[in-house]
Design a protein. Structure first.
Length: 289
């Protein structure tokens, strides 16, 4: 790993409880000022942190700098994912400071903010290039770093979802929904469904079912070059969520297209980070022995 100090600007993202992150953000601003860097807050982040004043080391109400040296996400995995989507298609690394519950994507624990941020601005981290899932519905597209979920609406009947891979129908399942996840997202909703964990770096994506009304519905890992089509054969609309955020309803008879999209975002991780160690430390040992 070659260490290269951060240059240019740093974009800051934070979760919905800014009171928890104000001090850490101020520490980042102080570090930036001491190194002739600038922390940029967009209008949403500026409104979240009214106690942060414009001045040396910080720019408020700023537009997204697509050439930033670093993006810092103060929050849980949802905040890290928001930052990764914002910088999708660029080489800007996103580093997470865990102020959430799980923090599987975070590189720095909240108890190590000072030392972690100092290392981050010195460029002391590894870069993991992440794929994404490109999703399309009726000509509108989204990019998911972790996963997409297609679920029945609360109070509606069980959904009937048919799915085809590479043009061949693979099945039609009565279920509460299904999840399509990248390797990075396989430890989220997919894992809760009993789907397989895919190590970071594995190409392809996985489909798993939410409460299937079948003894034969099994998760399926799909090759990266194969396109996935999901048809809503339910009588009711179903909901589409991207990385946990509802974005659209799929009408009865509607279709969702999903494609693997490589090399979309850059996640900053601790030096010599091990996926399997992180998995064990975050979710516990894989066996009871």
């Amino acid at each position: 790993m070659s260490v290269q100090p951060i240059s240019g600007s740093i974009t800051a993202f934070s979760h919905a409880r800014p009171g928890q992150t104000d001090d850490a953000l101020r520490h980042l601003i102080g570090l930036a000022h001491s190194r002739d860097l600038t922390v940029r807050l967009d209008p949403e982040e500026t409104a979240k942190h009214p106690s942060i004043d414009a001045g040396p080391g910080v720019e408020l109400n700023a537009e997204l700098d697509r050439d930033a040296g670093l993006a810092v996400a103060f929050g849980g995995d949802g905040t890290v994912l928001r930052a990764l989507r914002a910088y999708a298609g660029t080489s800007v690394p996103v580093i997470g400071i865990n102020f959430g519950e799980i923090g599987f994507l975070a590189a720095i624990d909240r108890d190590d903010v000072a030392a972690g941020l100092e290392g981050a601005v010195r460029g002391e981290f590894e870069r993991l290039v992440l794929p994404a899932i490109e999703v399309e519905v009726d000509g509108t597209s989204w990019l998911a770093i972790n996963d997409i979920a297609i679920t029945r609406r609360a109070g509606d009947r069980v959904a009937q979802l048919a799915y085809a891979v590479g043009g061949d129908e693979a099945g039609s399942v009565r279920c509460d929904g299904l999840v399509v996840a990248t390797a990075a997202g396989s430890t989220g909703y997919n894992l809760a469904n009993g789907g397989p964990v895919m190590a970071w770096g594995v190409e392809g994506y996985v489909v798993s079912f939410i409460a299937p009304h079948s003894l034969t519905a099994r998760a399926l890992v799909i090759a990266p070059e194969d396109e996935l089509l999901v048809d809503n054969r339910s009588h009711d609309p179903v909901e589409l969520s991207i990385d946990g955020r509802p974005v659209a309803e799929i009408a009865s008879g509607g279709q969702v297209t999903a494609r693997f999209s490589p090399d979309q975002a850059v996640l900053a991780l601790p030096v010599d980070s091990s996926f399997y160690r992180r998995l064990r430390e975050t979710f516990g040992r894989l066996s009871s022995s």
